[in-house]
Design a protein around this ligand. Structure first.
Ligand SMILES: [Zn+2]
Length: 459
């Protein structure tokens, strides 16, 4: 199957220029000016539109078991929502049971992802440390999973003590694998949660109070320091606050390979979302929580300065019926929210249209940089001959209002309900096939393939 995209302005992380792009057999076959359509080729007219490499969201959780329930989007629905918003690749996680063989957990997770409509890869969570873990990490690398996630919170389920954190960093450094960290001081968070609940403070707003920014900053500083000391490369997921930015900047000054990611919810919302007397605040129960006013500007400045290199989503939706599990106790609210569909539109609106970043940086943050950091470039994140034909025709002037009534996420709440956005994907090609066009989803369940990734040092 062949497609020719004509008359659009190509925007990559490096340049912006008029270019036509020919796709054949799922790959980009030609990039140039005034390309002539060949017989049987589908023609897509991009007049007045931008042509971007498909978005890469390296932080999503489809069908994740949390607090006695499972996140509401499975791989099929979640990847379809991603495609509708211009994201053509996702990286999800494998969460092995403690003691479970990592490769066995990977096989089971790959099975769960079989009906994904977009390409998908995985990070491997290390939830415990044992004699064979280092060897199993090596095997993960060979199986196309060169990045490992550790949690400094949630020690009762998936989190690690510092002693094991050091083991993971040392093992990752030995095989040049990247470590992702969820940075919050878990023991202190548990202490605050229990103290608040014991005092009768059980409403959703106390979720935020139990996880203050300085406990994230402390854990970011600790992770960066330990990773730097062992020589491991570190990627701090969902950075939300000034304290963490300072820690990342200090680590970089020390010459350590430490990178930061943030998400639209931390850039665009502040903790007033929790100020409701009813249970609506539960929709915003995510970890780390939405921060007080002030942190958002710091995050934007860090994007401009390059301290934060990726905007991902931490997509992990729950319905309000699921959030009800914590009606009487915020500690039991499943934490997570939807986001994978609106990442590009939100960042385009609040980043590009406002003048904070240019279009090339926009593409870099949502596609090219994550592809590079996670070993997918230039197969993904690039518009080059030989790259996968994952392309987004983007109308920079299109306007829309985000609502749970119209989104493709399988949940009845949106963090961005009523937000007006400027910029929208009009046509999305995934592997050379039209997966979304003119507001209509044409994603094919099972069309996505498992992405074998390779370790890549990018500094
Ligand atoms: Zn996450």
């Amino acid at each position: 199957m062949a497609v020719l995209v004509k008359n659009a302005t190509l925007v990559t992380a490096e340049e912006e220029r008029p270019a036509d792009v020919r796709c054949r057999n799922g790959r980009i076959a030609e990039v140039g000016r005034d390309l002539e359509p060949a017989t049987g080729e589908q023609l897509l007219d991009g007049t007045g539109q931008l042509l971007l490499p498909g978005g890469v969201d390296p932080h999503v959780h489809m069908a994740l078991p949390v607090a006695g329930t499972v996140s509401a989007d499975d791989f099929e629905s979640g990847s379809a929502a991603a495609l509708a918003g211009g994201t053509t690749s996702i990286i999800d996680f494998v969460h092995p049971e403690r003691g479970q063989d990592l490769l066995e957990a990977l096989r089971a997770r790959r099975e769960e992802a079989r009906r994904a409509a977009a390409d998908y890869g995985f990070h491997m969570a290390i939830t415990t440390w044992g004699d064979s873990t280092a060897e199993q990490m090596r095997q993960c690398l060979a199986a196309g999973v060169p990045s490992f996630k550790i949690y400094l919170a949630y020690k009762d389920t998936v989190g690690l003590d510092d002693r094991d954190v050091v083991e993971v960093f040392a093992a990752a450094a030995a095989i040049e694998a990247l470590v992702l960290v969820h940075a919050e001081h878990g023991d202190m968070v548990e202490h605050l949660r229990d103290r608040l609940a014991a005092a009768g403070h059980t409403e959703p707003r106390f979720h935020a109070e139990s996880r203050p920014s300085w406990l994230e900053g402390e854990a970011t500083h600790r992770a960066a320091t330990l990773a730097g000391t062992t020589g491991a490369a570190l990627y701090v997921v969902h950075v939300t606050c000034r304290e963490s930015l300072v820690a990342i900047e200090q680590a970089r000054v020390a010459g350590w390979e430490v990178r930061g990611e943030t998400c639209p919810q931390y850039l665009l919302l502040d903790d007033r979302v929790y100020e409701t007397d009813d249970f609506e605040g539960a929709a915003y129960v995510i970890a780390p929580p939405i921060r007080p006013v002030g942190h958002q500007d710091a995050l934007w400045q860090a994007i401009v300065a390059g301290t934060l290199e990726v905007v991902a989503t931490d997509h992990c939706p729950f319905t309000m019926a699921q959030k009800e599990l914590g009606r009487d106790d915020f500690r039991k609210i499943p934490g997570g929210a939807a986001g994978v569909e609106h990442r590009l539109a939100l960042l385009h609106s609040q980043g590009v249209v406002t003048g904070r970043i240019d279009r090339r940086r926009f593409v870099d943050l949502v596609s090219t940089r994550p592809a590079q950091i996670f070993g997918l470039y230039p197969r993904k994140g690039a518009v080059q001959v030989g790259s996968d034909a994952d392309l987004v025709l983007w109308d920079p002037a299109a306007t829309a209002t985000i609502s749970a009534a119209t989104h493709h996420h399988r949940t009845d709440r949106s963090l961005y309900e009523g937000f007006e956005v400027t910029g929208a994907a009009t046509t999305v090609l995934a592997g050379g096939r039209v997966a979304f066009a003119d507001g209509e989803l044409r994603a094919e369940p099972g069309a996505g393939t498992f992405l074998e990734r390779h370790p890549r040092r990018t500094s």
